[in-house]
Design a protein around this ligand. Structure first.
Ligand code: BES
Ligand code: MN
Ligand code: ZN
Length: 492
C-alpha cells in the first residue's frame, strides 16, 4: 500500500523561509501582489519574486498555477514555487493549486507559506490527492524513495487544520480506492480484498463478509455463476457506517468487484486484457467512500456492499446459453459470459434492498466498454430512475470537479434484453450497450427505491494523468459521493 504524504499545519514563521530545505512555496496574486512571506523571500533572493511578477509573461499565468525557480540564491531550498492565486479563490481553484504544488514537489519536503489564506484545507487536499505514487511493487532504484512531508504555515494554524480535517479524510478515502484499483489481481484476490475491508473495522465500520455457502443459501446464483470458474471464492462484503439517526434508512452504495475479468468462456482478446485488474473499480470506490465517511465521522447512515468475484474460464465456468436464477427470482439467459458485472450487481442490488430498505441506492461499476466509446475518460455515465436524486448527484460531482453525464433509460431499451427462453438475457447487442446494461440492473431495482447507476469504466483508471491523479487509478467518485452524503443525507 502506498503512504499518505504527511501534511501538518504550523504558525507562520518567516525566518524558516531562508533555512528550509527541499522546496519552499509562497503566494502572489494574479495581479502581482506579494504577501508578507513572498516579500520576505523576495528580499532573501534579491528581488527574484518581483522580477517574475513584473515580467510581461506573467499576465498569461492563470489563477492556481505555479512558477518554479530552481536553486534560488539566498535560500537553502533547492526550489522556490511561486503559487499564483487570488486572495478569495474558490475551493476548486485552491485544490487545483494544491495539485500544481504536488506535481512540482516530487519526493522533496515542502514548506508552504499561506499567510491568512482562506479555505486552505482545499489546498492541502489538492496536495494530498496529487502527491500519490503506487510503487510498492518496485525494487532497486525505482523502489519507494522516502517521500518528504508538507508543512503548511498559516496565521491561524488551528483553524487551518480544522478546515483541512474532513478534506484530508476524503483524500485518504480517494487514495485507498486508488491503492485497491492499482493492485494486480494476483495480489488483490477476493480473499485479500475482503481482508483489507475487514481492517476498516478499526475506523468504527461494521464489516461482515458473506461466504459462498451463505450466498448460496440466499439464492445469489447470478453472482455465484460469475465466480464459479475461479479458484478464488466469491464473497459479498457489507460495510455499515451508522453515524446518523438510529433507525433512519441508510444510503446504500453498491460496487462491482470483479478482481479480474478474463471474459470467462467468452474470453477477451489478449491485447489490453491486463487492464481488467481494475474491474473491481466500483467496489474500490465504495470502499474508499466508506473509509472517508468513517474518517470524518459523517452524521449519516450509509451501507456499502460489494460483490467480490473473479471471472475465469474453466471446466466449471458458466457457459454462454446457461440459464440462471437470480436472488430476486428472475431468470437470466447468459448470452455472453463477459457481460458479468450486471450478473454480480443484480444479486447485490436485490440483497441491499431486501435487507436495508435504503432511502437511496447508488451502484458503481466498470460495466461497459461502450461507455468509453460514448463519453471517453472525461465523464462517468449516470443513469437514474429519480430526477431529484440524480440532479443532486450531478451537482455534487460538478462541485467536486468529477465528470458525470446523464444517460437515458426507457422501455425500448429494456425490450432489447428480452430472452426467448428466460425472463431476460444478459446482453442487448451492440446498439446502446451501456444503456441496455443499465436496463438490466433496473430490473433488480424496486419501484420505490431512488437509484443511480454509475458506469465508471472510462474514469476509474486512466492511462494519462487526470486533474487530481497521476496515471492509473483515479479514485473518481469518492469525492462526489462524500458530497452527496453531506448535502442530502447528513441531517443533524
Ligand atoms: N469489465 C468490462 C467492461 C470494461 C471495458 C471496463 C473496458 C473497463 C474497460 C465488462 O465486464 C465487459 O466485458 N463488458 C462487455 C459487455 C458486452 C459483452 C455486452 C463490453 O463492454 O464489451
Ligand atoms: Mn466482462
Ligand atoms: Zn467486467
Amino acid at each position: 500500500m502506498s503512504r499518505l504524504t504527511p501534511i501538518s499545519f504550523c504558525e507562520t514563521d518567516l525566518d524558516t523561509l531562508a533555512t528550509a530545505t527541499g522546496r519552499v512555496a509562497v503566494t502572489v496574486t494574479p495581479d502581482g501582489k506579494l504577501d508578507v512571506a513572498a516579500r520576505r523571500v523576495n528580499r532573501l533572493t534579491r528581488g527574484a519574486v518581483q522580477r517574475v511578477v513584473s515580467d510581461e509573461g506573467f499576465a498569461k499565468v492563470r489563477n492556481g498555477q505555479v512558477i518554479t525557480l530552481a536553486w534560488p540564491a539566498g535560500l537553502e531550498a533547492e526550489a522556490l514555487d511561486i503559487l499564483v492565486i487570488e486572495r478569495r479563490a474558490d475551493a476548486l481553484t485552491l485544490r487545483k493549486a494544491g495539485v500544481a504544488l504536488a506535481k512540482a514537489k516530487g519526493t522533496k519536503p515542502l514548506l508552504v507559506a499561506t499567510g491568512s489564506m482562506q479555505r486552505v484545507g482545499a489546498l492541502a487536499q489538492g496536495i494530498s490527492l496529487r502527491d500519490y505514487r503506487f510503487d510498492t511493487h518496485k525494487t532497486g532504484e525505482d523502489a519507494g524513495a522516502e517521500v518528504g512531508g508538507v508543512v503548511i504555515q498559516h496565521n491561524k494554524p488551528e483553524q487551518a487544520a480544522e478546515d483541512a480535517g474532513p478534506l484530508l479524510a476524503v483524500a485518504e478515502g480517494v487514495v485507498a480506492t486508488r491503492d485497491l484499483v492499482n493492485e494486480p489481481a494476483n495480489v488483490l484476490t477476493t480473499t485479500e480484498f475482503a481482508d483489507r475491508l475487514e481492517e476498516m473495522r478499526a475506523l468504527g465500520l461494521v464489516v461482515e463478509v458473506l461466504e459462498e455457502d451463505e450466498l448460496e443459501a440466499l439464492g445469489m446464483r447470478t453472482l455465484l455463476s460469475v465466480g464459479q470458474g475461479s479458484v478464488s471464492p466469491s464473497k459479498v462484503v457489507v460495510m455499515q457506517w451508522n453515524g446518523g439517526v438510529e433507525g433512519d434508512a441508510p444510503l446504500a452504495l453498491v460496487g462491482k468487484g470483479v478482481v479480474f475479468d478474463t471474459g470467462g468462456i467468452s474470453l477477451k482478446p489478449a491485447g489490453g486484457m491486463e487492464d481488467m485488474t481494475m474491474d473491481m473499480g466500483g467496489a474500490g470506490v465504495v470502499a474508499g467512500a466508506m473509509k472517508a465517511l468513517a474518517l470524518r465521522k459523517a452524521r449519516a447512515n450509509v451501507v456499502g456492499l460489494v460483490g467480490l468475484v473473479e471471472n475465469m474460464p474453466s471446466g466449471n465456468a458458466t457457459r454462454p446459453g446457461d440459464v440462471i436464477r437470480s436472488m430476486k427470482g428472475d431468470t437470466v439467459e447468459v448470452i455472453n459470459t463477459d457481460a458479468e458485472g450486471r450478473l454480480v450487481l443484480a444479486d447485490v442490488l436485490w440483497y441491499a434492498q431486501e435487507r436495508f430498505a435504503p432511502a437511496g441506492m447508488v451502484d458503481l461499476a466498470t460495466l461497459t466498454g461502450a461507455i468509453i466509446i460514448g463519453l471517453g475518460h472525461e465523464n462517468a455515465g449516470v443513469f437514474s430512475n429519480d430526477d431529484d436524486f440524480c440532479k443532486d448527484f450531478l451537482k455534487a460531482a460538478e462541485a467536486e470537479g468529477e465528470g458525470a453525464w446523464r444517460m437515458p433509460l426507457g422501455k425500448a431499451y429494456d425490450d432489447q434484453i428480452k430472452s426467448r427462453i428466460a425472463d431476460i438475457k444478459n446482453t442487448g447487442g451492440r446498439p446502446a450497450g451501456s444503456i441496455t446494461a443499465a436496463q438490466f440492473l433496473a430490473r433488480f431495482v424496486k419501484q420505490d427505491t431512488p437509484w443511480i447507476h454509475l458506469d465508471i469504466a472510462g474514469v476509474a483508471s486512466v492511462k494519462a494523468e487526470t486533474a487530481y491523479a497521476p496515471k492509473g487509478a483515479t479514485g473518481w467518485g469518492v469525492m462526489a459521493l462524500d458530497r452527496l452524503v453531506r448535502d442530502r443525507f447528513e441531517t443533524f
